[in-house]
Design a protein around this ligand. Structure first.
Ligand code: PAF
Length: 279
């Protein structure tokens, strides 16, 4: 496994593989790797000849009062996990490699970035799109894999790729959950043992809400009831039931539904979702 800390090294690796006619799958990460990330890596391996994983905690997607300074940094463990998955190259750039000379990007997040996470994290998706576009520019993958847990991010990236006609297929990786049902996240490290136990209620509420939607129960009543249950343990940022393609209200044309939520448990922000076909 090659560990490339600068653009020249990764460019060299990628261009060598491309000259050999190999395809490249890319998994962007911010490190703090867990089984969810590793499942994306396995998916990448199944979809291309070579796999590149990036580890870069991107400052431009964090708000002022967010956890950029404390975001878990576990490079040694991450590299060991990636080596065990037989990843071909890991790109671990510095900020200067990604944003040389105050690099600014003309690429902005599109309409799917509106609402949901953007309400409490204004500018977040512009930062995500900026870094992902820059990483795509450097790595030029054929395929890139994003986890479904960050569902709005996944759609925002798909929209960017479509708008810019980038020749990259975007694949979505299923959410990997702890045995308890809690969606795996690097930020779960912030939870205490007691909080971890409480956190599993989030998924239970989402499942109950899904059942209510499938039984055609009144949507606003169902959401209201779910919020009432959730608010016993969490501070709710949003809990929404939307068309999974448009992130807007469900219509007669809706084929796929997304139940999406963001909550705080203590000072830790958790997001989760369930995506399913209209019954
Ligand atoms: O999902 C993440 O970890 C990040 O938003 C990403 C896609 C690596 C961009 O920094």
């Amino acid at each position: 496994m090659q560990v490339c800390s600068n653009n020249q090294q990764i460019l060299h690796a990628v261009s060598t593989w491309k000259a050999q006619g190999k395809t490249i799958a890319f998994v962007p990460t911010m490190g703090g790797l867990h089984a969810g990330h590793l499942s994306l890596v396995h998916q990448a391996k199944a979809n291309a000849d070579k796999v590149v994983v990036s580890i870069f905690v991107n400052p431009t997607q964090f708000g002022k009062n967010e956890d950029f300074d404390h975001y878990p940094k576990t490079l040694e463990q991450d590299l060991t996990k990636l080596e065990a998955c037989q990843v071909d190259a890991v790109f671990t750039p510095s900020k200067e490699q990604i944003y040389p000379n105050g690099y600014t990007s003309h690429v902005k997040a599109g309409s799917l970035a509106q609402g949901l996470c953007s309400k409490s994290r204004p500018g977040h998706f512009d930062g995500v799109v900026q870094v992902v576009h820059r990483l795509f520019e450097i790595i030029t993958p054929n395929v890139a894999i994003f986890g479904q847990k960050d569902y709005q991010q996944l759609l925002v990236i798909r929209q960017m790729v479509e708008t810019l006609s980038l020749p990259i297929s975007i694949l979505s990786g299923d959410i990997v959950r702890e045995q308890s049902g809690l969606a795996m996240s690097t930020r779960n490290q912030y939870l205490s043992v007691d909080e971890k136990e409480t956190a599993l209620k989030l998924y239970q509420v989402l499942i109950q809400l899904k059942q209510a939607v499938l039984k055609n129960q009144d949507l606003s009543v169902a959401i209201h009831n779910s919020k009432a249950t959730l608010s016993q343990d969490f501070k709710i940022e949003y809990l929404s039931v939307f068309d999974a393609n448009t992130l807007k209200s469900i219509t007669d044309n809706t084929s796929k539904i997304a139940i999406l939520c963001a909550v705080f448990l203590g000072s830790t922000r958790l997001i989760d979702n369930i995506i399913f076909n209209q019954g």
